[in-house]
Design a protein around this ligand. Structure first.
Ligand code: PMV
Length: 370
């Protein structure tokens, strides 16, 4: 599919856009996601150096409302006109960031210059919880932009094309956001791999292979170890992969881990699932530690929690495991059928290592209809 708005669509409609005032509102909601196979290292325009796979979350999401009104005939159509509100307050910092992003889209999405935009966005999770919101927020913005295009230019009628384009635009804002446009799909992949048909580096897709019942409604409890802003951004982290001596080995490992995970997901093999998922988390942080310059995003509490999870798993024979994002917080993953035992363990043994005792209960979406 062609992700640029074609001259044909555009010129057919812009004559109308200039003459007849159009206004309206579009609203979208996008979940956060947690990668099991990590994207770390990129090239070109936000293209991943390896395929990634993520679980979609349910309770952590961003909701965005976009109001648009076509500009008057005498107003410039080559500039972005934007007001951005976050959690009911005008937010200059986010406005600048989104303005820049929309400006970068103008050459391929020229309709963005024909409207005044007011965007209102809010997260379901606390702002100071140290949870990355770029994935859910860029995904929901991208969905709103696709709806805007649909309303203004009568394009993107086809549902699959609509979501592919939303994922494509979200990716340009933040790589992991490409995987957050599919709300009710439990697993998403992004990046070309021969292991899964129809995958692309340009956009993410709903996971199309069999998933065993044990992974239905899988639980993710997010332990807040630190609420501080990360000392090294993921943008800087990705860039450091360019000189990381283990980069090539890492990209190969991602492919073989993905293959193992696909089989484990199908067979319900929680042992292999745990091996792969924890390996991916350790490798991500090991790559940070052997970058030049090196950096550490884990905190003491992160390691204490990891060791306690591994011990609890061994002592109780419960398939609980952890994964990490680019930060200190720990995602604790376990099957729904062990929910009571695991939540009890988290409350008694892990909560003391959380920042202000904070943790968030989340899970994969139950419904798989988009
Ligand atoms: O989307 P970015 O550029 O913030 O990178 C995300 C990187 C990880 O969260 C560490 C891994 C991933 O695949 O989500």
């Amino acid at each position: 599919m062609n992700f640029s708005v074609t001259d044909n669509d555009f010129f057919k409609e812009t004559s109308l856009l200039s003459k007849e005032e159009k206004k309206g509102t579009v609203i979208h909601k996008s979940p956060s996601n947690i990668a099991l196979i990590k994207y770390w290292g990129k090239h070109g325009v936000q293209l991943p150096n390896n395929p990634s796979l993520s679980f979609t979350l349910t309770n952590a999401f961003t909701e965005t409302k976009l109001h648009y009104q076509t500009k008057a005939e005498n107003e410039s159509k080559s500039e972005i006109s934007l007001e951005f509100w976050f959690e009911n307050k005008k937010n200059e910092k986010f406005e600048q960031k989104i303005h820049k992003f929309l400006e970068s889209l103008l050459p391929t999405q020229p309709f963005l210059g024909f409207v005044h935009l007011k965007i209102y966005s809010q997260n379901s999770f606390p702002h100071s919880a140290g949870i990355a919101s770029s994935a859910s927020s860029m995904a929901t913005l991208a969905l709103c932009l696709c709806d805007l295009e649909k309303q203004l230019l009568n394009t993107l009628e086809n549902k699959e094309e609509f979501y592919q384009k939303a994922s494509y635009l979200a990716r340009l804002g933040s790589g992991s956001a490409a995987r957050s446009v599919y709300s009710n799909i439990p697993i998403t992949t992004w990046g070309q791999t021969n292991a899964i048909e129809n995958t692309s580096d340009l956009y993410a897709s709903p996971y199309s292979l069999p998933i065993h019942d044990i992974f239905q409604n899988y639980q993710d409890t997010i332990l807040i170890v630190s609420a501080e802003e990360k000392s090294v951004s993921s943008r800087a982290g990705h860039a450091l992969m360019e000189t990381n001596p283990f980069a090539q080995t890492r990209y190969e490992l991602a492919h073989s881990n993905l293959q193992k995970l696909i089989t484990a997901l199908e067979k319900g093999d929680t042992k292999t699932f745990i091996e792969v998922v924890e390996n991916e988390a350790f490798v991500l942080h090991a790559l940070m530690m052997c970058s030049s310059p090196p950096f550490i995003l884990m905190e003491t509490g992160t390691l204490t929690i990891i060791k306690k999870i591994q011990k609890f798993r061994k002592d109780n024979n419960i398939p609980i495991c952890f994964t990490l994002d680019a930060g200190a917080n720990v995602h604790v993953l376990y099957p729904n059928k062990y929910k009571n035992e695991c939540l009890d363990f988290i409350e008694r043994k892990l909560k003391p290592f959380c920042f202000e005792g904070k943790y968030l209960k989340d899970q994969l979406p139950v419904n798989s209809n988009q």
